[in-house]
Design a protein around this ligand. Structure first.
Ligand code: UDX
Ligand code: ADP
Length: 475
């Protein structure tokens, strides 16, 4: 155990969806602590420093106000990684940990190269005693690797360099990150060094009550994060499976959800049927859990959790197939308006968005998609679909029947719907709840469909406007 005084300076490595908002809230709530957020990506840092708070690299409701209060006071964004580490009493590792795409564990294990690189940077640049906090979602026992790297540097620099490692997983959900950070259900701190644990607990203690700050050992903390995400994702696959059964039997999944959600043992949250879960965490964390279980010879447990991801992919394929089947078995050369590309409302994040696989399937079938999303730009969609949009002149001429599928960006819902045979809602943006279906139907090619994979549109108004309507989970 090492003694340490109060924390005066923090460095966070990684200015992404987790690091940026988390550090902004810490800086806002702890004006006496200097918070340096560092990233190798100079463009991202420049965006965090942009004068126009509407152009921060992460879109989160309320984030602009928090950054506006703290930035330049005790919150700083910089690419000077080593200097920030050297000046910090506490370093958060908040770098990306995507699923490995090749080698051992490809498709399941996490790629830890960024964690390893940042741990090595901390080992080299730190000064005196440094508390290193794992913030990224990590496979269980990653702290061991981080510790091994740091202990190689322990005692160097004249014996003054020492480290403590903590796990402090982040439970914020995108779109509600600021509220989740300001008023968390719990804060979890895992570790062995009680002094370090209490140092971190005292930071959160500035605005979170002590009974909500849970202390565990390192491995329980790491595993709790994977387990929380696995349980949440499992609820979505469960309700999506029941939605398909509702469609087949004439039940309504929202009625079933209400009926089961009032059972206090089940609870009402996370029972919205939809196009499947997306986001950077759920699939990655479950696959991590599956990999871990297999590693420890727990095949039944591994396949149980694997089926949650399997059902999620099936739900996405099912929706693409359903659209094709409803449009007389072919979408070749047909225009389909896609409303929403982000993986959920109130974020510009598209990682693992169900829209990606559904749009790819429809393009594969030859459809011409007109994609609109209030926060996701063309460049991001191009990257996600692996193809640029077709130019507007060619698009205006229409796609020859049997030609290759394409996509174009649209500025508004009405523009996307013009000449379309169907509108497909994939993200639950608030504005899609109040669309003028009379005006939309008037610009579509008849007979036309509304496929509402989020059950947010006014289905009665769409039907009254002459559209055929499919809503997820409605029989
Ligand atoms: C999740 C966890 O909620 C959070 O605690 C963790 O830190 C990171 O992973 P996030 O992925 O940002 O957060 O968003 P979340 O609200 O959990 O939604 C994940 C996906 O599930 C989205 O695609 C969302 O649309 C979908 N979802 C959620 C449903 O389809 N139905 C629901 O009832 C809830
Ligand atoms: P998350 O959703 O977990 O926050 P992101 O991908 O949004 O993930 O952000 C992770 C950030 O970490 C990226 O901006 C990336 O450039 C940054 N990063 C990764 N490795 C390092 C490193 N060694 N030093 C500094 N920044 C890093």
């Amino acid at each position: 155990m090492t003694t340490t005084g109060p924390i005066r300076s923090i460095c966070c490595i990684g200015a992404g969806y987790v690091g940026g908002p988390t550090m902004a809230v810490i800086a806002d709530r702890c004006p006496h602590i200097t918070v340096m957020v560092v990233d190798l990506n100079a463009e991202r840092i420049a965006a965090w420093n942009h004068d126009d708070l509407a152009r921060l690299p992460v879109y989160e409701p309320g984030l602009d106000a928090v950054v506006g209060r703290a930035r330049g006071r005790n919150l700083h964004f910089t690419t000077a990684v080593d200097d920030a580490i050297a000046g910090a009493d506490m370093v958060f590792l908040s770098v990306n940990t995507p699923t490995k795409t090749r080698g051992v564990g490809a498709g399941q294990a996490s790629d830890l190269r960024w964690i390893e690189a940042s741990a090595r940077q901390v080992a080299a640049a730190a000064n005196g005693h440094t508390i290193v906090v794992e913030k990224s979602t990590l496979p269980v026992r990653t702290a061991e690797a981080v510790k091994a790297i740091l202990s190689a540097a322990q005692g160097t620099a004249g014996g003054t360099k020492t480290f403590s490692v903590l796990s402090n997983p982040e439970f914020l959900a995108e779109g509600s990150a600021i509220g989740d950070l300001e008023n968390p259900d719990r804060v979890l701190i895992g570790g062995e060094d009680e002094t370090a644990i209490e140092s971190l607990a005292s930071i959160y203690g500035q605005w979170v009550s002590q009974e909500r700050i849970l202390r565990t050992n390192l491995w329980s903390s790491e595993l709790s994060k994977l387990t929380a995400n696995a349980f949440l994702a499992q609820r979505i696959s469960s309700i999506n499976g029941i939605a398909a059964l509702c469609e087949a039997t004439g039940a309504d999944v929202r009625e079933v959800g209400r009926a089961i959600g009032t059972d206090s043992r089940i609870g009402a949250k996370f029972l919205q049927a939809g196009p499947g879960f997306g986001g950077s965490c759920f699939q990655k964390d479950i696959l991590n859990l599956v990999y871990l279980c297999r590693h420890y010879g727990l095949e039944q447990v591994a396949s149980y959790w694997e089926s949650v991801v399997g059902l999620n992919s099936w739900q996405q394929q099912r929706i693409a197939r359903l659209v094709v089947n409803s449009l007389f078995g072919t979408v070749s050369g047909k225009r389909i308006a896609i409303l929403g590309f982000a993986f959920k409302a109130d974020t510009n994040d598209t990682r693992e968005a169900p829209a990606i696989s559904i749009c790819r399937d429809l393009i594969e079938e030859g459809a011409q998609l007109a994609i609109v999303d209030p926060k996701v730009g063309d460049q991001q969609i191009t990257q996600d679909l692996g193809r640029p949009p077709v130019d507007p002149v060619t698009a205006a001429r229409g796609v020859p029947l049997g030609g290759d599928g394409t996509w174009i960006p649209a500025e508004s819902v009405l523009e996307a719907a013009r000449g379309a045979d169907a509108v497909l809602i994939l993200t639950e943006w608030q504005e899609y709840r109040h669309l003028d279906w009379g005006a939309i139907a008037a610009v579509m090619r008849q007979p036309a469909w509304l496929f509402d994979a989020r059950a947010v549109a006014d289905a009665a108004a769409a039907r009254a406007a002459g559209l055929s309507v499919w809503r997820v989970g409605e029989g």
